[in-house]
Design a protein around this ligand. Structure first.
Ligand code: MOS
Length: 736
């Protein structure tokens, strides 16, 4: 559906087409790797083949002889030596060729720059690193016993779990584990660095141009305002593009050293290891309940793999607050391994955490012989049970009810192995979806022009989620203009500052800024009109003026109106600008903000082969105001699909004898394809949130994956009677 002919007063929420759709399918949309400044040279990174040790020497003799090679950078010949402690601090989790240390296999240890990609690739393949190897450990399971308390450790306790467990009628005490997972955005990392005198322009694959600028400037030791970072389009990020990884500053350093633009694009194999991954987790959950099914105790201890810089995968967040339970204890530990740096991946914490918690609740439901949905309703938290704060909005009970109805949950027979479709075992499982609703400050600028168009700008991101479209919708509605007359620009540090595209915050936080900037622009226009003698609105009261269909009108006074164009054509510049930086009040002190949902899975399993098909999946969500019914549905479908991969396929595998990732491509790292994703039903309940921000938007990018793996694991149990507590649920685990 196009927005053509639609009343723009009702634009927000409409399933309008992506405004960047044509640019994307015609190739007009330029991604970072597609920028080719004059004189561009091509860089290829070299990676360590050992997991731990030192680089003793580098033999570049063969590599240098490749025609077209311009420079070979290694720790023996870095493009820039970091000197200040601020520079070193900024670079501390990166590999910028500053020393001879190797901390994991796949670490960036060299950069070859050449006149062509082929020359650079060939030369890099001929580089010989002579290592002094050191003992290493990459095996998370083997090191669990040596888990340590992280520096930013938070242990949480309320009530007395041990005491409550003593009196509990029913208990569940189990360990759940999730593997290392890779983000696998379709677009690999790419950096094009171009210096112009002392000014650097970076075309970059990033979920945060402002953060990239800050980090690059710190590392290079230059002023942030000499660096411009541009990221107009992103082919997915899922969290790996929130951080700046080694290749990006190295590209900028090489470009400066060589005095010409340099481009580095990682290949698919290089996307596994040096640019982040979701760390493996091991989660111990103990639940206690009374006979009626009320939770009396919940303990959740999470351990995750970490690397040379500590990373905590916050799996225990939901356990503190999602269910009403008087006695709760959570704790987080880490195991340091000789692996690359873990990072955030779609719904960090919540995705693996919900697998454990929601699986354990299913086990409790079976221990009590109570319906799993009934158990969750029984333990519904009227208020945030960690803080005691009321919810800013919470439609979870409605999600359960509507989701169950749409799925047909009432027809479920509770006993395992009780439902069949011919010879196939049928299983139905469910889980709660939960994601934090964070808010960020953001800024936006609106320019109204005498030609009747509006330019709206904010340095945020469209990581494939539809930001261009939803911001255009918000602006068009708020400005009372057709979408075709509104252009939204993003992804450039020359624009007003916006936060990282992370934590599902862009729609709410930037949308709030855009809405407020539009209101501010119209307020300015109205103020201009009432003092403009030539305007029919001259002398009118400001409060009496409304904006309708590109005109200012006096309420109730028929005929008294003037178009924005006409008003603006009499201004000196022919345009008017308003910039807004958002502020928040005490809302977050008074309300707990989260998004919720109910996930329902149907699996069909071949009892002889163990092959699992997710034949149906239903997700019903409450996430505040939905800005575009189509892009929002796409987000949830994407989240569920991610969850299907998490449940059944995804795992980054390391050969622990070599310490190297062995499935670093799409042939060996399995993600769902169309035939793995059958029938997805997505529904949003109508939820008003008056507290979260001026537009009532809570954000949805990560909610959809939460609970999915548990719903599927619970369905697998229902189908087979086999409880699989370690993801992914591959067929061998069903057959044994
Ligand atoms: Mo998300 S892991 O905050 O991109």
């Amino acid at each position: 559906m196009s927005s053509n002919g639609k009343a723009h007063s009702g634009l927000i929420g409409q399933p309008v087409d992506r405004v960047d759709g044509v640019a994307k399918v015609t190739g007009a949309a330029r991604y970072a790797a597609e920028f080719r400044p004059q004189g561009l040279a091509y860089g290829v990174v070299a990676q360590s083949t050992i997991p731990k040790g030192k680089i003793q020497s580098v033999d570049t003799s063969a590599a240098e002889k490749v025609p077209g090679v311009i420079a070979i950078f290694t720790c023996k010949n870095p493009p820039l030596k970091l000197t200040t402690s601020a520079q070193k601090e900024a670079a501390k989790s990166l590999s910028l060729l500053q020393n001879d240390a190797v901390n994991y296999a796949g670490q960036v240890i060299g950069l070859v720059v050449a006149e062509s990609l082929e020359s650079a690739q060939h030369s890099a393949s001929l580089l010989k690193f002579n290592y002094q190897t050191a003992p290493f450990e990459t095996n998370f399971a083997r090191r669990l016993k040596s888990a340590e308390v992280p520096a930013d450790h938070v242990e949480y306790k309320r009530g007395d779990v041990d005491q409550a467990l003593k009196g509990a009628a029913v208990k569940v005490d189990q360990i759940y584990s999730t593997p290392t997972e890779s983000h696998n955005p379709l677009e690999p990392f790419a950096t094009v660095a171009q210096w112009n005198g002392g000014a650097l322009t970076l075309y970059e694959t990033t979920q945060g141009v402002f953060q990239s600028r800050r980090k690059i400037a710190e590392i290079l030791g230059v002023a942030p305002d000499t660096v411009r970072v541009i990221s107009h389009y992103l082919g997915g990020g899922f969290g790996c593009k929130l951080a700046l990884w080694s290749h990006a500053p190295l590209t900028a350093m090489a470009a400066r050293k060589l005095g010409r633009p340099v481009k580095v694009v990682l290949d698919r194999q290089q996307m596994y290891g040096p640019v982040g991954f979701r760390p493996a987790t091991n989660q111990h959950i103990v639940l206690g309940a009374n006979r009626a099914g009320d939770l009396v105790a919940l303990r959740h201890e999470g351990i995750n793999e970490s690397a040379f810089h500590q990373f905590v995968e916050s799996v225990t967040e939901a356990s503190k607050m999602l269910y009403a339970c008087p006695n709760v204890h959570t704790n987080q530990m880490i195991v340091s391994l000789d692996i690359g740096q873990p990072t955030w991946m779609r719904a960090p914490g919540h995705a693996p955490g919900s697998f454990a918690l929601e699986s354990a609740l299913d086990e409790l439901a079976y221990a009590l012989t109570v319906d799993p949905l009934e158990l969750r309703l029984r333990n519904y938290a009227q208020v945030d049970s960690e803080t005691g704060l009321p919810w800013s909005s919470n439609s979870l009970r409605e999600c359960y009810r509507i989701g169950a109805e749409r799925f047909g949950w009432s027809k479920r027979n509770h006993a395992p192995r009780s439902m069949r479709d011919g010879k196939l075992l049928v299983g139905w499982g469910m889980a709660t979806a939960l994601h934090s609703c964070w808010r960020n400050l953001a800024s936006a600028r609106v320019e109204l022009r005498a030609d009747g168009t509006a330019l709206v700008q904010s340095g945020c991101h469209d990581i494939g989620t539809g930001t261009y479209t939803i911001m255009t919708q918000i602006a068009a509605e708020k400005l009372s203009l057709p979408m075709e007359r509104v252009t939204f620009e993003l992804g450039d540090t020359n624009l007003p500052e916006a936060p990282l595209a992370g934590g599902s915050t862009t729609a709410g936080s930037v949308g709030n800024a855009v809405a407020q900037a539009c209101t501010a622009a119209l307020d300015k226009l109205i103020a201009t009109a009432v003092v403009d003698r030539q305007s029919p609105l001259s002398g009118a009261k400001i409060d009496d003026i409304v904006a309708v269909n590109g005109e200012l009108r006096i309420k109730g006074s028929a005929g008294k109106s003037e178009s924005y164009q006409s008003l603006l054509s009499r201004t000196a510049t022919g345009k008017l600008q308003a910039t807004v930086q958002t502020k928040f009040g005490d809302e977050a002190k008074n309300y707990s903000m989260s998004t919720f949902g109910a996930q329902f899975a149907e699996v069909k399993i071949d009892p002889d082969l163990g092959v699992i098909q997710v034949s149906r999946f239903g997700g019903t969500y409450g996430a505040g105001r939905i800005l575009n019914a189509r892009t929002a549905r796409s987000q949830m479908i994407g989240g569920i699909t991610f969850g299907i991969g998490m449940a059944l396929m995804e795992q980054t595998l390391i050969d622990h004898n070599l310490g190297r990732i062995i499935n670093a491509d799409f042939a060996e790292y399995h993600i769902p394809v169309n035939s793995d994703v059958a029938n997805l039903d997505v529904f949003f309940v109508d939820e008003q949130d008056p507290h979260v921000n001026s537009i009532g938007v809570k954000g949805i990018g990560e909610l959809g994956i939460t609970g999915v793996a548990a719903a599927i694991a619970n369905a697998v149990y229902h189908a087979t009677g086999k409880r699989v507590r370690d993801l992914p649920i591959t067929l061998d685990k069903i057959l044994v």
